[in-house]
Ligand binder design. Structure first.
Ligand code: CA
Length: 248
């Protein structure tokens, strides 16, 4: 019989990178509630930072105590509701304050309960799973160029060179409603989830990320190695990575 997953370990890090004056990424997690979130904000002045931290705080706050809930099946619904509420909170705040007008954020979230996991995303922050040494991207970017690639209208190389590569097609807080993608899966002991902002994935190809994660290191050391590698490769943007490992 296969060993069941009984708990999860996590570590995360965020870094301004080498070119940006501030860090508009945000992250937060609660191992107790089984909720993990990475956001990458956008907007003028401090608006991006406000949007990303508001999203992280709202999602964690709304799912607080979830770990004690006996209604196990409701976690993915709870996560979707929390993300919808975070969207409304950011949108309402930007409507009230003209200086924050247009602010928004990406969001990638992982919710886990025993051996069940759900990954939810809006925008181009990504969720990956490393299983048996193989790295797979779980999420599909909501970005103009990635959608063109998926439709066969653009090659991967053209997408990487495109001046439109920063344009995302879905964000939290820019409209009164948002539709996230949700991916459900079963976890096994040893599974390693990576949630990250595009400051990591623009600098490092998946093979490089996988090679780093295959080394024998602690989760915190993995996070530091990923950030250092992304900075060495250019560090053009803020870099955030969060690792969550399923343990027997
Ligand atoms: Ca970014």
């Amino acid at each position: 019989m296969a060993t069941a997953v009984v708990h999860y370990l996590a570590s995360a890090i965020t870094d301004r990178g080498r070119k940006r004056p501030s860090n508009e990424d945000a992250f937060g997690y609660s191992v107790e509630d089984g909720v993990y979130v990475v956001c990458d904000g956008m907007g003028g002045a401090a608006a991006g930072e406000i949007a990303s931290s508001l999203a992280v705080d709202e999602v964690l706050r709304l799912l607080e105590g979830n770990g004690q809930s006996e209604h196990g099946g409701t976690l993915p619904d709870g996560l979707a509701q929390a993300v919808a509420a975070a969207n409304e909170a950011i949108f309402a705040r930007s409507q009230r304050n003209p200086r924050l007008s247009g602010m928004g954020t990406t969001l990638v979230a992982l919710a886990v309960q025993e051996s069940h996991a759900w990954v939810l995303n809006v925008g181009d922050s990504r969720g990956y799973l490393l299983r048996h040494g193989q790295l797979e991207q779980i999420t599909a970017d909501h970005s103009l160029v990635e959608e063109q690639v998926r439709n066969g209208r653009m090659t991967r190389g053209e997408a990487q060179r495109s001046p439109l590569k920063n344009v995302i097609t879905r964000a939290l807080g820019t409209q009164c409603r948002v539709t996230p993608d949700v991916f459900a899966m079963e976890t096994k002991p040893g599974d390693l989830f990576l949630l990250c902002s595009d400051g990591l994935t623009r600098e490092l190809p998946d093979e490089t990320i996988a090679a780093i994660l295959r080394e024998d290191r602690s989760l915190a050391e993995h996070c530091t190695c990923l950030v250092e590698a992304a900075k060495k490769a250019g560090g053009q943007d803020n870099i955030t990575c969060m690792l969550v490992r399923a343990e027997a």
